[in-house]
Design a protein around this ligand. Structure first.
Ligand SMILES: Cc1cc2nc3c(=O)[nH]c(=O)nc-3n(C[C@H](O)[C@H](O)[C@H](O)COP(=O)(O)OP(=O)(O)OC[C@H]3O[C@@H](n4cnc5c(N)ncnc54)[C@H](O)[C@@H]3O)c2cc1C
Length: 311
């Protein structure tokens, strides 16, 4: 691990306050502690056992505009200290842990769903929006992004993009990287790049795909143009009992190879089946989804016909 420059904390505080104001930056111990970790299990266990020192950031900021992010990044560059983008902090790989201190940039105050273009089926959304709120905002307008990670309630769209998150309905909608038209990113030099903008490189690497999954190491994503789908008008759920896991796998393979695309297919082994059978009420076979009617009617989720999975 390389060490960073000596940090003049008085200057850091003064300059950050000049950029975002005193209420949207903090150097208080309670905030620095909060931003010292994500949900990486090994790290959490080590903290609990007191096995390692907690690496805290020098400061935390909550910008609301791209120009504020640019100024903070330029300040960090001038001081020779790292920046750490931070969304919901639900990452499980330690990517948001400030191992060398520096400035943690929490994106959660950049949280607007700016627009949904019904012709292109593309929305423009800020990176710090909470995943569940994003889906609800889209659903109110008759759309879905279709990415439902188990952590949807505690993660951000920017975090999904930075980690290439995959959701429960990815069989139908794809993983997050399949749904991105373009990103707005602030680089480590403080430049603003739009990967789908007029100046995008016509040759050379695909910057969108390069930045996806880069865990904040190549830049901070401030907003994204994402592909949306009409929200489903009907959700149909089916459960089938099979003799063993191998038979279940064969059935699923046949379904997908026939070109059928259920929104999700899950296979439970014997133990999971037993555990899931506790405390569940019988559900209706199909649920009509209430809410705004989507502008086009192709959103119904395909499902296996009642009875048996296709052979
Ligand atoms: C209970 C639980 C269930 C989970 N289920 C799933 C699941 O079903 N599928 C799945 O894929 N993952 C899952 N995860 C992992 C985690 O939720 C995902 O990786 C999620 O995408 C992280 O989003 P976040 O906003 O919390 O990001 P954070 O944890 O804040 O950050 C994750 C990484 O992305 C970087 N980053 C965050 N925001 C930005 C940004 N705007 N620009 C650039 N870099 C950024 C951070 O620096 C860090 O490296 C789960 C985690 C938990 C705790």
């Amino acid at each position: 691990m390389t060490s960073i420059n000596f940090v003049d904390v008085d200057r850091l505080q003064r300059d950050l306050e000049a950029i975002v104001g005193p209420r949207r930056m903090s150097m208080r111990a309670v905030d620095l502690d909060t931003y010292s970790r994500d949900m990486w299990p090994r790290l959490l266990i080590a903290y609990r056992e007191g096995a390692i020192d907690v690496p805290r950031p020098h400061a935390v900021v909550w910008p609301e505009h791209v120009r504020e992010v640019v100024s903070v990044v330029k300040l960090a560059r001038e001081l020779g200290i790292p920046i750490v983008p931070y969304g919901g902090g639900s990452g499980v790989c330690g990517g948001a842990v400030p191992i060398q201190g520096g400035i943690t940039i929490d994106t959660k105050r950049m949280q607007q769903l700016r627009s949904v273009h019904s012709d292109e089926l593309i929305c423009d959304v800020e990176a710090g929006i909470n995943g569940e709120r994003f889906e609800r905002d889209l659903e109110r307008r008759g759309y879905t992004f279709g990415n439902f990670p188990s952590s949807i309630y505690c993660s951000t769209v920017g975090g999904w993009l930075a980690t290439r998150a995959a959701g429960q309905l990815s069989t139908k909608y794809g993983k997050v990287e399949d749904r991105v038209a373009g990103l707005t990113v602030v680089t480590g030099r403080g430049e603003v790049i739009e990967t789908d903008g007029p100046n995008r490189a016509l040759r050379g690497p695909n910057w969108t795909q390069l930045l996806l999954g880069s865990e904040g190491t190549l830049g901070l994503i401030t907003s994204a143009r994402l592909r949306v789908s009409p929200a489903p008008q009907l959700r149909v759920f089916r459960g089938f009992e099979v003799d063993d896991v191998a038979t279940g796998l064969t059935a699923i393979r046949r379904v997908l190879q026939k070109g059928l695309r259920p929104a999700v297919v899950r296979l439970y082994d014997e133990m999971d089946t037993l555990m899931n059978s506790f405390g569940h009420k019988e559900e209706d076979e199909a649920h009509e989804v209430r809410g705004p009617v989507p502008p086009v009617s192709t959103g119904a989720l395909p499902a296996w016909p009642a009875g048996e999975p296709p052979k």
